[in-house]
Ligand binder design. Structure first.
Ligand SMILES: Nc1ncnc2c1ncn2[C@@H]1O[C@H](COP(=O)(O)OP(=O)(O)OP(=O)(O)O)[C@@H](O)[C@H]1O
Ligand SMILES: [Mg+2]
Length: 262
């Protein structure tokens, strides 16, 4: 699905090597949580995975196609659902429905297919009541759901999601993670997402910690080794929030600090 080999990256004009010798592979139907301190390079890595930035060294292949001068980026992007870290600046059209339609029209789907997909995502993201509204009057959470709906409407094989839940409330955080997990298992799709919240890491199969330009790759149960009761809580989110309150669960930053020290 996605393969990164010996990736190295520095921004032009900067002597600082932001990403160093990064290697990983993401298989079909795998969910990866990418975490790391602010400024460690998560968004930069995503732009490299999208082919929007070019690596200084190394190789990236998506759907078995290597990013180079010959790759048809449009063909690749048709299969990738990308969520931008600053979603509120991403809205282009004048209604929720048009926003979803715009994403599809960009990729030449037939009108029947467009209608089918719009209906489907409006239903699962519960946008029926606001579908004709102007995005500028919506809440940040509603705008986020609109963008997530337009991403799901593309029926991607790979999701690259940069803090997709930061504007969602508790209900939607959980609902979205569930939708993502279900979609990926049904369609054999994969996802890599960044998050600042431990309660979203538990939905992943593996956890990548990006630190000092390198990735430390964990299977989830190893990452959560000291907090393994969390794994039992996936089916009941209310219990989970209780758990956080009662046990004073550490933040992701604290877990990262512990990992770095080792
Ligand atoms: N266009 C650019 N030119 C030069 N430096 C940049 C550019 N974009 C980002 N950087 C720098 O690269 C580093 C990594 O930025 P990036 O946005 O990838 O981090 P991040 O892990 O996504 O952070 P956050 O968690 O805050 O979103 C930062 O020090 C940032 O200032
Ligand atoms: Mg970022």
């Amino acid at each position: 699905m996605l393969k990164v080999e010996n990736l190295e990256f520095s921004y032009e004009g900067s002597k600082y090597v932001l990403l160093k010798n990064i290697n990983f592979e993401i298989a079909k139907n795998e969910l990866i949580a990418l975490i790391g301190k602010s400024g460690c390079g998560k968004t930069t890595l995503f732009k490299l995975l999208l082919g929007v930035l070019n690596q200084s060294k190394g190789k990236i292949s998506v759907f078995n196609k290597i990013y180079n001068d010959d790759v048809n980026l449009r063909e690749v992007w048709k299969r990738i659902g990308y969520f931008h870290q600053e979603p509120l600046s991403q809205i282009i059209t004048n209604s929720v429905e048009d926003e979803i339609r715009f994403a599809l029209e960009n990729f030449d789907f037939s009108e029947d297919e467009i209608k089918r997909r719009i209906d489907y995502v409006i239903k699962i993201f519960e946008l029926e009541d606001i579908k004709e509204m102007v995005p500028s009057i919506l809440s940040a959470g509603e705008v986020t759901r609109t963008i997530l709906a337009s991403i799901f409407a593309l029926e991607p094989d790979l999701f690259i999601l940069d803090e997709p839940t930061s504007y969602l409330d508790y209900y939607w955080k959980e609902r979205f993670m569930k939708l993502l997990k279900e979609y990926c298992s049904e369609k054999k799709a994969s996802a890599i997402y960044t998050t600042e919240f431990i309660d979203e890491v538990i939905w992943a199969d593996r956890v990548f910690v990006l630190h000092a330009g390198k990735i430390i790759d964990f299977v989830k149960k190893d990452f959560l080794r000291d907090y393994s009761p969390l794994l039992n809580l996936l089916d009941d989110y209310s219990k989970f929030t209780d758990y956080i309150d009662k046990k004073n669960l550490p933040s992701i930053e604290r877990i990262i600090e512990e990992i770095i020290k080792e």
